[in-house]
Write a protein that binds this ligand. Structure first.
Ligand code: NAD
Length: 470
């Protein structure tokens, strides 16, 4: 450990490392107490402060904060509390006949000292969500939230100090340099939520210590709408999911792949639903947010400019205002393949529409890109749904809906390759922060002992019998 002495976070890390077995050996009831304390802080003590911070950082409406932050974290805590006793139990496994005389079980033990690095788009949910799994599994944790949402970050620091001791859970605020220093320390597990680009940096740093990683990343999540779909219902759900949090969601429908014959009907329905949700002027709507930072606003503006240069068709919206970081809900079609909107993760309120003539073309289009975090299918055809499911890969899928798979705690959440490594939520989150320790207990003479050296001809026969019959 001497080599880390000069790291600015070494003392904090060392305190948690020293304390890890005290924390790890806590009983079910003690872990429950900790979860209760966090629940009280989120749902009672700091609830209005959370709403205020998110309004300041992201212009988030109270209803969205309640649903996508408070409800989400509270749901994680309630689910963990309900199942923790079972998760912490030894999980017995069968013993093969050749190992007669022994029994075996899996012990889910805490990994130890964990690092949680979180993004800005759901600052509370994506910080405290993984933390619920980390503490349920008996770990200590150091958290580094995003610097892009400073009001949320400062409030989370306050909550952590209120609920935990520093040798249990600590939060360090700051920018990239802070992450870089933290990543030099020999954490036992790193849980990172953010972009694939930074995910690679995190994985590379983790490889120095062979720390295990959970990488919850992003990318372009496609939505297929085929000609059998209920077009109006599809538009209703897609317009809600795409513009929720101003499109700044990892599982947001990034682009729509639609059968050419239903494109016009779909766009008309989209217009109708946008008017219902945000009236004639989304800028004045309390239900519509803003882009997080000037940098992200400029990035999205550049995508729009690029689309204009390539003579794409603006079906809806396109208005922007840099002083308030406002981007109108925008739908664009007829984009050329090289358009930025079809090649970069959008992470904002712009929806490209790509038409297809056959389902095979749609599938080939999806498979020409990195494997997505989510893939959504709107269809009434069982054959089409099966074809898409069997010929694509994605972290998760909703059929005739979008985004909501995230909220079912019984499902693992995460990506595949470029969209992530490992899973979170519920038991899958608990598992991510646990070492599945294999335990074999010998309680009487074991038949394997018959095969110990010296290797006589009798033992050779016995070995052959073992291979054949056991
Ligand atoms: P980001 O990768 O830029 O930043 C995430 C975190 O990493 C922040 O705390 C940041 O300070 C830190 N960081 C940034 N650069 C770093 C570096 N060079 N070294 C070490 N740490 C660094 O992501 P973001 O802009 O905060 O969030 C948007 C991205 O996150 C999108 O790609 C989105 O799809 C993804 N995301 C994924 C999920 C999921 O659950 N899969 C959820 C939300 C967001």
């Amino acid at each position: 450990m001497k080599e880390y002495r000069h790291n600015p976070y070494f003392n904090l890390f060392a305190k948690q490392q020293q304390n890890q077995f005290n924390i790890g050996n806590r009983t079910y009831k003690e872990r429950l107490k900790l979860l209760n304390r966090l629940q009280q802080a989120i749902t009672v003590t700091f609830r209005t402060q959370i709403q205020d911070a998110l309004y300041k950082d992201l212009g988030k409406a109270v209803v969205e904060t309640e649903l996508t932050e408070i409800f989400a974290i509270n749901g994680d805590i309630k689910f963990a509390k309900r199942h923790l006793k079972q998760w912490m139990k030894k999980q017995k496994v069968d013993t093969p006949l050749s190992m007669l005389g022994s029994s075996a079980y899996i012990k889910y033990e805490p990994k130890g000292v964990c690092l949680i690095i979180s993004p800005w788009n759901f600052p509370f949910n994506l910080t405290f969500g993984p933390l619920v799994s980390a503490i349920a599994a008996g770990n200590t944790a150091i958290i580094k939230p995003s610097e892009m949402t400073p009001n949320s970050s400062a409030l989370m620091a306050k909550i952590v100090v209120d609920v935990f001791t520093e040798d249990e859970v600590a939060l360090v605020e700051g920018e990239v340099e802070v992450s870089t220093e933290l990543l030099k320390l020999p954490f036992n597990h790193i849980f990172f939520t953010g972009s694939p680009q930074v995910g690679k940096i995190v994985m590379s740093a983790a490889s120095k210590h062979l720390a295990s990683v959970t990488l919850e990343l992003g990318g372009k999540s496609p939505t297929i709408v085929d000609k059998t779909a209920n077009i109006d219902k599809a538009a209703k759900k897609i317009m809600w999911a795409k513009f929720l949090n101003t499109g700044q969601i990892c599982v947001s429908p990034d682009y729509v792949l639609i059968d050419k014959s239903v494109k016009v009907e779909f766009i008309e329905s989209c217009k109708k639903w946008l008017k219902t949700y945000y009236e004639d002027n989304p800028k004045a709507s309390d239900s519509y947010g803003r882009i997080v930072t000037d940098k992200h606003f400029e990035r999205l503006n550049a995508y729009l400019e690029n689309a204009k240069t390539l003579e794409a068709k603006f079906e809806v919206g396109g208005e922007t205002e840099n002083t308030s970081k406002y981007i109108e809900p925008t739908i664009i079609s007829d984009l050329k393949p090289e358009a930025k909107l079809l090649n970069e993760e959008i992470f904002g309120p712009i929806l490209p529409i790509v038409t297809y003539e056959s389902l095979d073309m749609a599938i080939a289009y999806i498979n020409s890109k990195s494997r997505p975090l989510a893939l959504y299918i709107y269809s009434k055809s069982k054959v089409n749904i099966k074809k898409i499911m069997n010929n694509t890969r994605a972290g998760g899928t909703c059929i005739n809906n979008n985004v909501l798979h995230y909220a079912n705690h019984n499902l693992p959440f995460g990506g595949i390759n470029n969209s992530g490594i490992g899973k979170s939520h519920g038991f899958f989150g608990f598992k991510a922060f646990s070492n599945e320790r294999s335990v074999l207990k010998q309680y009487t003479f074991g038949v394997t002992e018959l095969l110990f050296p010296p290797y006589t001809s009798f033992k050779e026969k016995l070995a052959r019998i073992t291979v054949k019959w056991f």
